[in-house]
Write a new protein. Structure first.
Length: 310
Protein backbone atom coordinates (compact mmCIF):
# COMPACT_ATOMS: atom_id res chain seq x y z
CA UNK A 1 0.00 0.00 0.00
CA UNK A 2 3.04 2.29 0.07
CA UNK A 3 2.46 5.41 -2.06
CA UNK A 4 -0.88 4.09 -3.30
CA UNK A 5 -3.27 6.62 -4.88
CA UNK A 6 -6.76 5.67 -6.02
CA UNK A 7 -7.97 7.87 -8.89
CA UNK A 8 -11.68 7.69 -9.75
CA UNK A 9 -12.85 9.49 -12.87
CA UNK A 10 -16.02 9.48 -14.92
CA UNK A 11 -18.57 11.77 -16.53
CA UNK A 12 -20.75 14.09 -14.51
CA UNK A 13 -23.61 12.39 -12.62
CA UNK A 14 -21.98 8.94 -12.85
CA UNK A 15 -21.89 8.35 -9.08
CA UNK A 16 -18.10 8.65 -8.82
CA UNK A 17 -18.24 10.95 -5.77
CA UNK A 18 -20.35 8.43 -3.86
CA UNK A 19 -17.93 5.68 -4.88
CA UNK A 20 -14.97 7.71 -3.65
CA UNK A 21 -16.61 8.19 -0.25
CA UNK A 22 -17.38 4.48 0.04
CA UNK A 23 -13.79 3.55 -0.84
CA UNK A 24 -12.38 6.12 1.59
CA UNK A 25 -14.50 4.85 4.48
CA UNK A 26 -13.22 1.31 3.93
CA UNK A 27 -9.53 2.15 3.46
CA UNK A 28 -8.83 4.82 6.08
CA UNK A 29 -8.74 7.09 3.05
CA UNK A 30 -9.17 10.78 2.31
CA UNK A 31 -11.22 12.04 -0.65
CA UNK A 32 -9.29 14.59 -2.75
CA UNK A 33 -11.02 16.85 -5.24
CA UNK A 34 -10.19 16.60 -8.95
CA UNK A 35 -13.05 18.77 -10.25
CA UNK A 36 -12.29 22.26 -11.57
CA UNK A 37 -15.59 23.70 -10.28
CA UNK A 38 -15.93 21.97 -6.92
CA UNK A 39 -12.75 23.79 -5.91
CA UNK A 40 -14.78 27.02 -5.54
CA UNK A 41 -16.67 28.27 -2.50
CA UNK A 42 -20.23 29.49 -2.73
CA UNK A 43 -21.50 27.17 -5.48
CA UNK A 44 -21.80 23.74 -3.84
CA UNK A 45 -25.21 23.08 -5.39
CA UNK A 46 -24.55 24.05 -8.98
CA UNK A 47 -21.10 22.39 -8.94
CA UNK A 48 -22.53 19.21 -7.34
CA UNK A 49 -19.97 19.38 -4.53
CA UNK A 50 -20.20 16.69 -1.84
CA UNK A 51 -23.24 16.82 0.41
CA UNK A 52 -23.07 17.39 4.15
CA UNK A 53 -23.68 13.66 4.59
CA UNK A 54 -20.74 12.80 2.33
CA UNK A 55 -18.46 15.28 4.10
CA UNK A 56 -19.43 13.64 7.40
CA UNK A 57 -18.71 10.10 6.22
CA UNK A 58 -15.15 10.70 5.06
CA UNK A 59 -12.52 13.39 5.23
CA UNK A 60 -12.42 15.60 2.11
CA UNK A 61 -9.65 17.94 0.93
CA UNK A 62 -9.30 20.56 -1.84
CA UNK A 63 -13.06 21.08 -2.03
CA UNK A 64 -14.45 24.64 -1.88
CA UNK A 65 -11.10 26.32 -1.19
CA UNK A 66 -11.09 29.25 -3.65
CA UNK A 67 -13.29 32.34 -3.81
CA UNK A 68 -15.25 32.55 -7.05
CA UNK A 69 -13.31 35.64 -8.15
CA UNK A 70 -10.09 33.59 -8.24
CA UNK A 71 -8.85 32.10 -11.52
CA UNK A 72 -7.82 28.55 -10.71
CA UNK A 73 -5.88 26.51 -13.26
CA UNK A 74 -4.57 23.02 -13.81
CA UNK A 75 -0.97 23.84 -12.84
CA UNK A 76 -1.95 25.31 -9.48
CA UNK A 77 -4.30 22.42 -8.78
CA UNK A 78 -1.68 19.79 -9.66
CA UNK A 79 0.82 21.26 -7.24
CA UNK A 80 -1.80 21.52 -4.52
CA UNK A 81 -2.93 17.96 -5.17
CA UNK A 82 0.62 16.58 -5.05
CA UNK A 83 1.27 18.30 -1.72
CA UNK A 84 -2.05 17.04 -0.36
CA UNK A 85 -1.33 13.46 -1.44
CA UNK A 86 2.06 13.56 0.27
CA UNK A 87 0.42 14.85 3.46
CA UNK A 88 -2.09 11.99 3.35
CA UNK A 89 0.68 9.43 2.84
CA UNK A 90 2.52 10.87 5.83
CA UNK A 91 -0.64 10.32 7.87
CA UNK A 92 -0.59 6.64 6.83
CA UNK A 93 -3.81 7.05 4.86
CA UNK A 94 -4.81 6.44 1.23
CA UNK A 95 -5.63 9.37 -1.08
CA UNK A 96 -8.80 8.79 -3.11
CA UNK A 97 -8.73 11.38 -5.89
CA UNK A 98 -12.06 11.91 -7.63
CA UNK A 99 -13.31 14.12 -10.43
CA UNK A 100 -14.17 14.38 -14.09
CA UNK A 101 -11.93 17.25 -15.21
CA UNK A 102 -9.79 15.55 -17.84
CA UNK A 103 -6.90 18.03 -17.76
CA UNK A 104 -6.60 17.61 -14.00
CA UNK A 105 -6.59 13.82 -14.18
CA UNK A 106 -4.08 13.82 -17.03
CA UNK A 107 -1.69 16.22 -15.29
CA UNK A 108 -1.73 14.16 -12.09
CA UNK A 109 -1.07 10.88 -13.89
CA UNK A 110 1.23 11.99 -16.70
CA UNK A 111 2.85 15.20 -15.53
CA UNK A 112 2.73 18.89 -16.35
CA UNK A 113 4.68 21.37 -18.40
CA UNK A 114 7.54 22.88 -16.35
CA UNK A 115 5.97 26.36 -16.59
CA UNK A 116 6.51 28.17 -13.26
CA UNK A 117 3.51 29.34 -11.28
CA UNK A 118 2.23 32.72 -12.48
CA UNK A 119 2.58 35.47 -9.84
CA UNK A 120 -0.73 37.11 -8.84
CA UNK A 121 0.48 40.52 -9.97
CA UNK A 122 1.01 39.21 -13.51
CA UNK A 123 -2.52 37.81 -13.60
CA UNK A 124 -3.81 41.15 -12.37
CA UNK A 125 -1.87 42.99 -15.07
CA UNK A 126 -3.25 40.81 -17.87
CA UNK A 127 -6.78 41.08 -16.52
CA UNK A 128 -6.39 44.87 -16.35
CA UNK A 129 -5.31 44.92 -19.98
CA UNK A 130 -8.30 42.79 -20.90
CA UNK A 131 -10.69 45.13 -19.13
CA UNK A 132 -9.14 48.37 -20.41
CA UNK A 133 -7.84 47.44 -23.88
CA UNK A 134 -10.00 44.44 -24.76
CA UNK A 135 -9.43 40.89 -25.96
CA UNK A 136 -8.56 42.00 -29.49
CA UNK A 137 -5.60 43.93 -28.10
CA UNK A 138 -4.38 40.94 -26.06
CA UNK A 139 -4.66 38.70 -29.09
CA UNK A 140 -2.73 41.14 -31.27
CA UNK A 141 0.01 41.32 -28.62
CA UNK A 142 0.14 37.53 -28.46
CA UNK A 143 0.58 37.41 -32.23
CA UNK A 144 3.65 39.64 -31.87
CA UNK A 145 5.52 37.62 -29.25
CA UNK A 146 4.08 34.13 -29.82
CA UNK A 147 2.65 33.75 -33.31
CA UNK A 148 2.85 29.96 -33.01
CA UNK A 149 0.39 29.87 -30.10
CA UNK A 150 -1.76 32.69 -31.47
CA UNK A 151 -2.28 30.86 -34.75
CA UNK A 152 -3.56 27.81 -32.86
CA UNK A 153 -6.13 29.82 -30.90
CA UNK A 154 -9.44 31.33 -31.90
CA UNK A 155 -9.35 35.14 -31.54
CA UNK A 156 -12.24 34.86 -29.03
CA UNK A 157 -10.62 32.19 -26.82
CA UNK A 158 -10.15 34.47 -23.82
CA UNK A 159 -8.97 31.86 -21.33
CA UNK A 160 -6.11 30.52 -23.46
CA UNK A 161 -5.12 33.93 -24.83
CA UNK A 162 -4.84 35.27 -21.29
CA UNK A 163 -2.91 32.20 -20.14
CA UNK A 164 -0.37 32.48 -22.99
CA UNK A 165 0.06 36.20 -22.29
CA UNK A 166 0.53 35.61 -18.56
CA UNK A 167 3.20 32.98 -19.18
CA UNK A 168 5.21 35.29 -21.44
CA UNK A 169 4.97 38.26 -19.08
CA UNK A 170 5.95 36.08 -16.11
CA UNK A 171 8.81 34.11 -17.66
CA UNK A 172 9.99 35.90 -20.79
CA UNK A 173 9.46 32.65 -22.71
CA UNK A 174 6.46 31.79 -24.85
CA UNK A 175 4.04 29.10 -23.80
CA UNK A 176 4.82 27.29 -27.06
CA UNK A 177 8.49 27.14 -26.01
CA UNK A 178 7.53 25.75 -22.60
CA UNK A 179 5.32 23.11 -24.22
CA UNK A 180 8.28 21.78 -26.20
CA UNK A 181 10.00 20.77 -22.97
CA UNK A 182 9.41 17.32 -21.44
CA UNK A 183 6.56 17.08 -18.97
CA UNK A 184 7.50 16.75 -15.33
CA UNK A 185 5.96 13.98 -13.29
CA UNK A 186 4.62 15.59 -10.15
CA UNK A 187 4.56 12.34 -8.16
CA UNK A 188 6.91 9.89 -9.88
CA UNK A 189 6.86 7.65 -6.81
CA UNK A 190 3.05 7.27 -6.82
CA UNK A 191 1.44 3.89 -7.39
CA UNK A 192 -1.78 4.90 -9.13
CA UNK A 193 -4.86 2.69 -9.29
CA UNK A 194 -7.08 4.29 -11.95
CA UNK A 195 -10.80 3.57 -11.89
CA UNK A 196 -13.02 4.63 -14.79
CA UNK A 197 -16.79 4.89 -14.20
CA UNK A 198 -18.20 4.65 -17.72
CA UNK A 199 -21.99 4.28 -17.95
CA UNK A 200 -24.02 4.49 -21.16
CA UNK A 201 -24.43 8.03 -22.47
CA UNK A 202 -28.24 7.86 -22.48
CA UNK A 203 -28.33 7.12 -18.75
CA UNK A 204 -25.86 9.89 -17.97
CA UNK A 205 -27.89 12.39 -20.00
CA UNK A 206 -31.07 11.46 -18.14
CA UNK A 207 -29.35 11.77 -14.78
CA UNK A 208 -27.84 15.14 -15.71
CA UNK A 209 -31.25 16.55 -16.63
CA UNK A 210 -32.93 15.16 -13.54
CA UNK A 211 -30.19 16.48 -11.26
CA UNK A 212 -30.39 19.94 -12.80
CA UNK A 213 -34.14 20.05 -12.22
CA UNK A 214 -33.58 19.14 -8.58
CA UNK A 215 -30.84 21.74 -8.20
CA UNK A 216 -33.19 24.46 -9.41
CA UNK A 217 -36.48 23.43 -7.82
CA UNK A 218 -35.32 22.03 -4.47
CA UNK A 219 -31.66 22.69 -3.74
CA UNK A 220 -31.20 26.43 -4.13
CA UNK A 221 -29.14 26.71 -7.32
CA UNK A 222 -30.89 29.93 -8.33
CA UNK A 223 -30.00 31.57 -5.00
CA UNK A 224 -26.34 30.59 -5.49
CA UNK A 225 -26.22 32.10 -8.96
CA UNK A 226 -28.03 35.24 -7.83
CA UNK A 227 -25.35 35.76 -5.16
CA UNK A 228 -22.64 35.33 -7.80
CA UNK A 229 -24.24 37.97 -10.00
CA UNK A 230 -24.58 40.36 -7.06
CA UNK A 231 -20.81 40.09 -6.46
CA UNK A 232 -20.16 41.45 -9.98
CA UNK A 233 -17.65 38.69 -10.65
CA UNK A 234 -16.21 38.83 -14.16
CA UNK A 235 -17.87 36.42 -16.55
CA UNK A 236 -14.35 35.34 -17.53
CA UNK A 237 -13.74 33.74 -14.14
CA UNK A 238 -13.95 29.93 -14.30
CA UNK A 239 -16.65 29.77 -11.60
CA UNK A 240 -18.95 31.89 -13.79
CA UNK A 241 -18.69 29.24 -16.50
CA UNK A 242 -19.83 26.34 -14.32
CA UNK A 243 -22.53 24.22 -15.90
CA UNK A 244 -25.85 26.03 -15.52
CA UNK A 245 -24.45 29.36 -14.34
CA UNK A 246 -24.48 31.28 -17.65
CA UNK A 247 -27.92 29.99 -18.66
CA UNK A 248 -29.68 30.39 -15.32
CA UNK A 249 -27.92 33.73 -14.88
CA UNK A 250 -29.71 34.94 -18.01
CA UNK A 251 -33.03 33.94 -16.42
CA UNK A 252 -32.20 35.81 -13.21
CA UNK A 253 -31.37 38.89 -15.28
CA UNK A 254 -34.76 38.64 -17.00
CA UNK A 255 -33.35 37.86 -20.46
CA UNK A 256 -35.05 34.48 -20.93
CA UNK A 257 -37.67 32.34 -19.18
CA UNK A 258 -36.79 29.71 -16.59
CA UNK A 259 -37.80 26.94 -18.99
CA UNK A 260 -35.57 28.36 -21.71
CA UNK A 261 -32.70 28.60 -19.24
CA UNK A 262 -33.20 25.02 -18.10
CA UNK A 263 -33.40 23.73 -21.66
CA UNK A 264 -30.13 25.48 -22.55
CA UNK A 265 -28.42 24.32 -19.37
CA UNK A 266 -29.49 20.73 -19.99
CA UNK A 267 -28.28 20.89 -23.58
CA UNK A 268 -24.86 22.21 -22.58
CA UNK A 269 -24.60 19.70 -19.72
CA UNK A 270 -25.36 16.81 -22.06
CA UNK A 271 -22.75 18.10 -24.50
CA UNK A 272 -20.22 18.33 -21.68
CA UNK A 273 -20.94 14.78 -20.52
CA UNK A 274 -20.47 13.55 -24.07
CA UNK A 275 -17.08 15.29 -24.31
CA UNK A 276 -16.08 13.76 -20.97
CA UNK A 277 -16.97 10.25 -22.20
CA UNK A 278 -14.98 10.83 -25.39
CA UNK A 279 -11.92 11.87 -23.38
CA UNK A 280 -12.32 8.97 -20.98
CA UNK A 281 -12.70 6.49 -23.82
CA UNK A 282 -9.69 7.59 -25.83
CA UNK A 283 -7.33 9.22 -23.36
CA UNK A 284 -7.64 7.56 -19.97
CA UNK A 285 -6.11 4.15 -19.47
CA UNK A 286 -7.78 2.57 -16.44
CA UNK A 287 -6.89 -0.39 -14.27
CA UNK A 288 -10.59 -0.92 -13.49
CA UNK A 289 -13.53 0.00 -15.73
CA UNK A 290 -17.06 0.07 -14.29
CA UNK A 291 -19.74 0.15 -16.99
CA UNK A 292 -22.64 1.44 -14.92
CA UNK A 293 -23.63 4.34 -12.71
CA UNK A 294 -22.44 3.71 -9.17
CA UNK A 295 -25.43 3.38 -6.85
CA UNK A 296 -23.70 1.52 -4.03
CA UNK A 297 -23.01 -1.80 -5.77
CA UNK A 298 -20.85 -3.81 -3.33
CA UNK A 299 -19.13 -5.64 -6.18
CA UNK A 300 -17.73 -2.33 -7.47
CA UNK A 301 -16.24 -1.57 -4.07
CA UNK A 302 -14.92 -5.11 -3.65
CA UNK A 303 -13.17 -4.95 -7.02
CA UNK A 304 -11.30 -1.80 -6.03
CA UNK A 305 -10.44 -3.04 -2.54
CA UNK A 306 -9.09 -6.26 -4.00
CA UNK A 307 -6.91 -4.30 -6.42
CA UNK A 308 -5.29 -2.41 -3.54
CA UNK A 309 -4.96 -5.61 -1.49
CA UNK A 310 -7.56 -4.74 1.15
Amino acid sequence: MKNKVVVISGPTASGKSKLAVDIATKTNGVVVNCDSMQIYKGIPVISAAPSAEEYAKAEHRLFEIYDCNFRGNVVDWTRLCANTIEEIWNEQKIPVVVGGTGMYVDSLLNGVSPIPATPPQVREKVNFLLQTRGLEYLYSELQKFDAVSANKLAPKDKTRIMRATEVFYATGKTISEWHKLPQIKILPEADFLVVKVFPELAEIEQRCCSRLDTMVTKSGALDEIKRLIEQNISEEMPAMKALGVPELGRYIKGEITLQQALDLAKLHTRQYAKRQRTWLKHRLHADIELFDVYRGQPEFVAQILNAINL
